[in-house]
Design a protein around this ligand. Sequence first.
Ligand SMILES: Nc1nc2c(ncn2[C@@H]2O[C@H](COP(=O)(O)OP(=O)(O)OP(=O)(O)O)[C@@H](O)[C@H]2O)c(=O)[nH]1
Ligand SMILES: [Mg+2]
Length: 460
Amino acid sequence: MLARHHDPIAAIATAPGRGAVGIVRVSGLGLAPFVQALLGRALRPREAHYLPFPDAQGQPIDRGLALWFPAPHSYTGEDVLELQAHGGPVVLQLLLARCLEAAPSTLARLRLAEPGEFTERAFLNDKIDLAQAEAIADLIDASTEAAARSAGRSLSGDFSSEIQGLRDALVHLRMLVEATLDFPEEEIDFLRKADARGQLSKLQQTLAAVMQRASQGALLREGIKVVIAGQPNAGKSSLLNALAGAELAIVTPIAGTTRDKVQQTIQIEGVPLHVIDTAGLRESSDEVERIGIARAWDEIAAADAVLFLHDLTRQDAPDYAAADADIARALAQRLPAGVPVIDVWNKTDAAAPAPDRAGVRLSARTGEGLDALRRQLLHIAGWQSAAEGIYIARARHIEALRAVDAHLMEAAAQLESTGPALDLLAEELRLAQNALGAITGEFTSDDLLGVIFSSFCIGK
Ligand SMILES: Nc1nc2c(ncn2[C@@H]2O[C@H](COP(=O)(O)OP(=O)(O)OP(=O)(O)O)[C@@H](O)[C@H]2O)c(=O)[nH]1
Ligand SMILES: [Mg+2]
C-alpha cells in the first residue's frame, strides 16, 4: 500500500448545496484521541449521540448527531467518525476545517480525502472487491431505476460471486493441468480421465452466460448514442421532442431551424438512450449553418445507431429524393462498419398511404408509430428483456470477460489437438485467471485503481 493510504482523511460526504442534513466523515486508524480532542468526550460505538460540535474556542458551530464506528466494523474498515449537522455549505465547511485543525499531533496528518478515497480504503481493507466498489459509484450515478437496481445487485455481490465461481472452476482445472505437467508420461490419459475437456467446456458455458448478463448490465449503465439525421424540415427536432415527451428543440417550418446539436437522454424499459438532434444536412452558404452541419457529421461518426429521417410528404419530389440518396451515400461512407441506420418515414398523418418501405413509419406529430421505433431501438441496442437478475457491469468488465473467453478458446484448441502442448495450455489458463482477477481487483495495477476511484464523488 502506498503511504497516502495510511493518512487519516476527512471530507464532506453529502452533495454540495443546501439540505436538511449534511455529513462530515473522517476515516483513519487510531482516531479515538481525535474524537476526544474534537468533541471533548469519547463516544460509544455505533450509537447516535446528540451533542454540540464546538469550534476551537468551545463555541458550538452546530448541534447534531455523532456516530462512531471503530475499526474494523466501518465502511472503510478503519475507525470512522460521522458528524451529521445541518446541511448548509458554510456550516459543513466550518466543521470540516475544525476537524482538520483539531487532529492532535499524535495523529498522522489529517487531510482532505480525494474523490472515492473512502471507498478505495474499503477495497484495500477487503470490505468489498473492486467490482462492488465500482457498483457503488454506478448506484450513485444510475440514471434509470433498472440501472439502480442492477447496481444494487452488483454491490451486494451477485456479479462478484459469479466471477468467484468461474475462478474456482478455473483454479480446479489449472491444478489438474499443472499436476499433469509434473508427470509427463501419463499426461494425456490423466487429463482425459479427469475429463479436462468437459470441465473446460462447462467453464466456457458458464462464462458465456455471465458475459450475456454483464453485457446487459453494461448497456443499462452506458446506454447507446442515437443520432437523428436527415434533410432540413424532415421533422428531426419534432421526433426528439416526441421521444422525450417535452419541447426541447425548436420546431418551425423554416428549413435550417436547428443549428447546434440538442441532446436528451430518454429511457426505454430502463435502458438509457442518448438521443441527439442535429442540423438538417444540405449544402449551405450560411456560416453558422455550415458549422452546425459539420457538427452533425461529427455526431453521426460517433453514433451507435443513426435514425435517418425522411419526409413522406416530399419523398416524390425529384430534388428531395436525390438529396436523400446523397445523404445515404455519405452515411455509408462515413459510418464505421456495423453501425445500424434505421430509415424513419415521418409525417404519416399528412401523407397519402404509400407502398411499404423498409424501416419505420411514424408521425412525430401524432405519436403514431413511435412505439415501433422504440422497440426497434431496444433491439438494436441488444436489449434482451427486462429480465430480473441483471447486475451492472462496465466496459472494463466486458473487456476482461472477452479476454478470459479468448484464453479459454486457446486452451480448448490445445486440449483438442493431437499432441497438446501442456505448458501452453497451463499458460492460457493462468492468463484467463488473471483476466478474471482484474474484475474483482485481485490483479489490478495501481494506475487503474487511480482511474477508477478518481471518478467517484468526494466523500464517498
Ligand atoms: N404533419 C406533420 N408535420 C410534421 C411532423 N413532424 C414535423 N412536422 C413539421 O415539419 C416542420 C419541420 O419540423 P422540425 O422538427 O423543425 O424539422 P427538422 O428536421 O428538425 O428541421 P431542421 O432543424 O430545419 O433541420 C415543422 O413545421 C413541423 O411541425 C409530422 O409528423 N407531421
Ligand atoms: Mg431541427
